[in-house]
Write a protein that binds this ligand. Structure first.
Ligand SMILES: Cc1cc2nc3c(=O)[nH]c(=O)nc-3n(C[C@H](O)[C@H](O)[C@H](O)COP(=O)(O)OP(=O)(O)OC[C@H]3O[C@@H](n4cnc5c(N)ncnc54)[C@H](O)[C@@H]3O)c2cc1C
Length: 378
């Protein structure tokens, strides 16, 4: 690790200890983090490290993004979705926006004045993106959007949304060519935030429903070309999936660390829990699993920082690391006994946060389809 990266990590870690950890429990109760957190992070240069300097960013490589995601995961502060903003959504604007859009939005994304969300999933469809029914129709100088989205992370805290909608198809047999991306701002007429959904984990993250009722947005809020939305989304998926792998990996490592501490401190039958052979073997297995994951994840971070890791490899890492995290969190919770089931214990939160890693950013079943297609259908 370079000196620059190491010092960035140390500074960010100290910032988490000061600005996030003391408040995270309060944010869990509120069901969201405050928008000001993004402003504070932006002031310190912790948002969008990849954005080019001409748009207010630092133009750093992916190692810096990975460090941010890792440190938030080691700290188990799952409400803070900087990775979603910086590494998933803002790249759509930087890669597919026109110059005017980039000048207008990117500096605010870096400073935290804009907090972003991406709205793909709908009540009727998630995995099958081509099944979406939110429509966008051009009327004079405006696009008019109608439809509903659900499960949208940052749904309430965000003020800028990348929305996937269906535009009139040139060829009805090629529906993927009728998906387009739009930039919707929180005050746009006809845009409404709905319920904040109650989840079993990620308690401080707001996951919400959104509605578009004759939502009128200026014509120039189309992001990229009409009909290319599906291609744009596919191009960016590797980074999203690598992000989930990094989070899962770091949280699994933390589970092993806190459990090793816990079993050394607690006794049963006049012995430390750490002295039972079952404990030793289970933790040895977990420690080995996280070592294997670390080798894979670090290799992909290296590749991704230089070129771009492939969608297939990112899908493999997302699947393997999220499943490993679930296994490790489950075993480590068991070693905590009843305390492991109590919300005040970090392992309980880790267990609850682990489950969704297999579902969002494309379910693991869809990941396996992608991997199998590459293996078998070429
Ligand atoms: C906490 C949370 C945050 C989220 N954040 C966002 C967000 O910010 N933006 C956003 O747009 N979406 C978001 N999502 C939605 C998420 O991406 C979807 O839930 C996910 O893609 C699955 O879609 P679905 O829920 O409709 O399940 P479905 O697509 O209905 O799938 C149900 C089951 O069928 C399986 N299945 C489906 N198709 C196949 C197939 N071809 N082969 C084998 N099995 C299949 C799935 O793997 C799954 O097990 C979030 C979800 C959660 C839970």
């Amino acid at each position: 690790m370079s000196e620059e990266l190491k010092s960035f990590r140390d500074t960010f870690k100290r910032w988490i200890e000061k600005e996030i950890i003391p408040f995270h429990e309060e944010w869990e109760k509120a069901g969201m983090v405050p928008r000001e957190l993004y402003k504070k992070a932006g002031e310190q240069g912790f948002l969008c490290p990849l954005v080019k300097e001409e748009y207010g960013g630092l133009g750093l490589d992916y190692h810096f993004s990975a460090v941010i995601t890792e440190e938030l995961s080691f700290a188990m502060v799952s409400g803070v979705a900087f990775w979603l903003h910086s590494d998933i959504i803002v790249p759509y604007i930087e890669h597919y926006g026109n110059e005017t859009q980039k000048q207008k939005y990117l500096p605010g994304c870096v400073s935290g004045d804009y907090v972003t969300a991406v709205a793909m999933t709908e009540p009727g469809t998630g995995s099958d993106l081509q099944g979406i029914s939110t429509k966008a129709v051009l009327e004079g100088d405006h696009w008019v959007l109608n439809g509903a989205k659900t499960f949208i992370s940052n749904g309430h805290v965000a003020n800028l949304y990348v929305v996937v909608a269906e535009t009139p198809a040139k060829d009805p047999n090629q529906k993927f060519k009728s998906l387009s991306l739009f930039l919707v701002e929180e005050n746009d007429v006809g845009f409404e935030r709905g319920r904040k959904l109650q989840k079993i984990g990620l308690k401080a993250q707001d996951t919400a429903e959104l509605a578009f009722v004759n939502c009128r947005i200026p014509k120039d809020r189309l992001l990229g070309e009409e009909g290319k939305g599906f291609i744009y989304l596919s191009n960016e998926l590797a980074q999203e999936r690598l992000g989930v792998a990094i989070m899962s990996q770091a949280m699994a490592e933390k589970c092993v660390e806190i459990t090793a501490d816990y079993v050394k401190g607690r006794k049963a039958f006049k012995k430390r829990i750490a002295d039972f052979q079952n404990t030793r073997f289970k933790l040895a297995e977990c420690a080995t699993e996280v070592k294997v994951g670390r080798a894979f994840v670090d290799r992909l971070i290296e590749i991704h920082a230089k070129e771009k890791c492939s969608t297939v490899e990112a899908s493999m890492a997302k699947t393997w690391c999220s499943e490993m995290f679930c296994r490790v969190a489950d075993e480590c919770l068991q070693l905590h006994g009843g305390y492991g089931y109590m919300w005040e214990y970090t392992i309980a939160r880790a267990y609850a946060d682990a489950r969704v890693q297999r579902i969002y950013a494309g379910t693991n079943e869809i990941m396996k389809e992608i991997i199998a297609r590459d293996l078998l259908d070429k």
